[in-house]
Design a protein around this ligand. Structure first.
Ligand SMILES: [Zn+2]
Length: 242
């Protein structure tokens, strides 16, 4: 049996037996960790909040073969105010579900971990609008998972798309195309403002993911793009606000 300490955030939990909980954690250095927290559902448990969704802390663990048991937790943040706003809570849950869909045991995810924490902090503690926040998350998420959309040159003819010229987005090809190369209706039009917004959002952190004009952050388009690349349904996606 070995003892380890891992900074991690709870992405998912399932109640187990009378007082225990199985959790899926994201650790920046170890990726996905599935563990059990014993007695965390007893009212007087020291670990009461450490098995809740969004709980961020230093998790002390006993590891025995494939079985990992959390023995104690130093909580860092619970993102508690998210619970007071149903729409933002749904957005936060969606971020957890997306993250859970791509992580693997013992595959470090430093960049994704920081991206998730920064976006959750903005969602919880700022009044930044949720659509550009999630759109920015989706762009950076695709970048750190290796399918960053190509936004500067047409994916078919390679021509550079200049500001103001008609542009379209092809989810399958993963990037923009020019008007001359468009063949299908599902290659959706991008406004000049949306293209400018995406190019800018990739260059900045979460503080910069704001709408400069109404509907400039193409959230729906990026959501479809990322979910299509993952090839699976994200459970909370259908609950997202309009
Ligand atoms: Zn073209």
């Amino acid at each position: 049996m070995i003892q380890t300490e891992n900074t991690a955030i709870v992405l998912r939990h399932v109640n187990y037996r009378d007082n225990d909980r199985m959790v899926t954690l994201l650790s920046p250095s170890r990726g996905r960790i599935d563990a059990i927290i014993r007695n965390c559902r007893k009212p007087k448990s020291h670990n009461l909040n450490s098995g809740e969704l969004f709980a961020l802390g230093d998790y002390m663990m006993h590891e025995n073969g494939g079985h990992i048991t959390v023995t104690s937790v130093r909580l860092i943040e619970t993102f508690y105010p998210l619970r007071n706003d149903y729409d933002r809570l749904t957005c936060g849950t969606y971020l957890l579900n997306l993250t859970e869909a791509v992580i693997e045991p013992e595959q470090p995810e430093q960049e994704l971990f920081m991206l998730l924490l920064h976006t959750l902090s903005r969602l919880t503690f700022s009044d930044q609008e949720w659509k550009p926040l999630l759109a920015g998350f989706l762009l950076h998420f695709s970048a750190c998972q290796g399918f960053k959309p190509r936004l500067n040159h047409c994916v078919f003819c390679g021509k550079r798309l200049e500001a103001g010229e008609p542009a379209f987005f092809d989810s399958e090809e993963g990037g923009v195309l020019c008007g001359a190369c468009r063949r299908r209706k599902d290659q959706v039009p991008l406004s000049a403002e949306q293209l400018r917004w995406m190019r800018g959002a990739l260059e900045t952190g979460s503080a910069g993911w704001v709408n400069t004009e109404e509907a400039s952050a193409p959230f729906t388009l990026l959501r479809k793009y990322v979910e299509q690349r993952l090839g699976r349904r994200i459970r909370s996606a259908s609950m997202l606000p309009e």
